[in-house]
Design a protein around this ligand. Structure first.
Ligand SMILES: [Zn+2]
Length: 301
């Protein structure tokens, strides 16, 4: 027995199917988001395990000289005020040594190095410049969360700072377009923006920085820019103090400084204080080719 004509049954059936599909879409969207969040947490756990595994393969001496995965409580706050998150803050101590898990590195872009890290015409260049074409995709170097998404007309142009669970923060400058938002979670290799030449820039390139608690590292110490792969894993971060100790330069009393006068050279200063140019370079974190400024303080012991 039929209560309604057949076509009514068909219409009702079709409507049910359609609403199920829409519902499934909403559910899967919510589910995807939950899943993504779970993945974030899970990847943290995996990173931790990977680091523990890599560390247990190190020799005993190494194991005792750095902390395990300190980044979980390394950074105390989350703000978009400064690229250096410690700027204007006191009482935050930087660990002497720290192991940074590099195993999930993804090259933000591959290209020719236009300009390395280091002193450049009296200004410190705190990152590496990688040549690109405007519109090229820039990808997140590691999984993490976008802390800063800003425009800096005289400097970085459109830029991001992303904080990663391995303790690093990465900076991406001179972008032409943003793809992700502030506070977004990203995975290693996720597209975050498009390359460009905004801000203080003379041509399209990515200005890429690696920082630990605001301290800019030499990217070439972390990444082999011939292959765009990590040089070592984990990378061992050492504070300035720890570096000097490691190189046997610390101790021997108080630090002492020379004030640069007209005509001074590193060689001259080294002779005057019975030391070497290479030691002066190490103590002052400069190169032997660095131009000295009059009035500059040069540490000689
Ligand atoms: Zn640069």
């Amino acid at each position: 027995m039929r209560l309604f004509p057949l076509n009514i049954y068909i219409i009702v059936a079709l409507l049910c199917a359609a609403s199920t599909a829409v519902h499934a879409d909403i559910v899967s969207d919510v589910h995807r988001r939950m899943h993504r969040q779970m993945q974030e947490e899970q990847s943290d756990a995996q990173l931790f395990q990977a680091l523990v595994d890599s560390l247990t393969n190190q020799n005993e001496e190494d194991e005792s000289t750095f902390e395990l995965y300190p980044s979980l409580d390394l950074y105390t706050d989350w703000d978009d005020a400064h690229v250096d998150p410690l700027r204007g803050k006191t009482g935050i101590s930087i660990p002497d040594t720290m192991a940074i898990d590099m195993s999930h590195f993804y090259a933000p872009i591959v290209g020719k190095i236009n300009s390395p890290y280091g002193w450049r015409r009296r200004r410190m260049h705190k990152g590496v410049d990688i040549k690109l074409y405007t519109g090229d995709t820039i990808r997140a170097a590691f999984a993490g969360r976008v802390r800063i998404k800003k425009f800096d007309r005289r400097g970085y142009g459109y830029y991001y700072v992303i904080r990663h669970s391995n303790g690093l923060e990465t900076v991406y400058g001179h972008l032409s377009k943003f793809i992700v938002d502030k506070d977004d979670y990203v995975k290693a290799g996720d597209p975050i923006g498009l390359g460009g030449s905004t801000g203080r820039s003379t041509g399209p390139h990515l200005h890429l920085e690696f920082r630990v608690m605001g301290i800019a590292l030499n990217p070439a110490d972390l990444i082999d820019f011939n292959t765009f792969t990590p040089k070592q894993n984990p990378y061992i971060f050492r504070s300035k103090k720890a570096k000097l100790e490691q190189e046997g330069l610390a101790g021997s009393g108080e630090a002492a400084y020379h004030r640069v006068k007209s005509g001074d050279t590193l060689g001259g200063i080294a002779r005057k204080y019975h030391t070497s140019v290479s030691r002066l370079c190490k103590l002052n974190n400069i190169r032997s080719t660095t131009t000295l400024r009059i009035g500059q303080r040069i540490r000689y012991k």
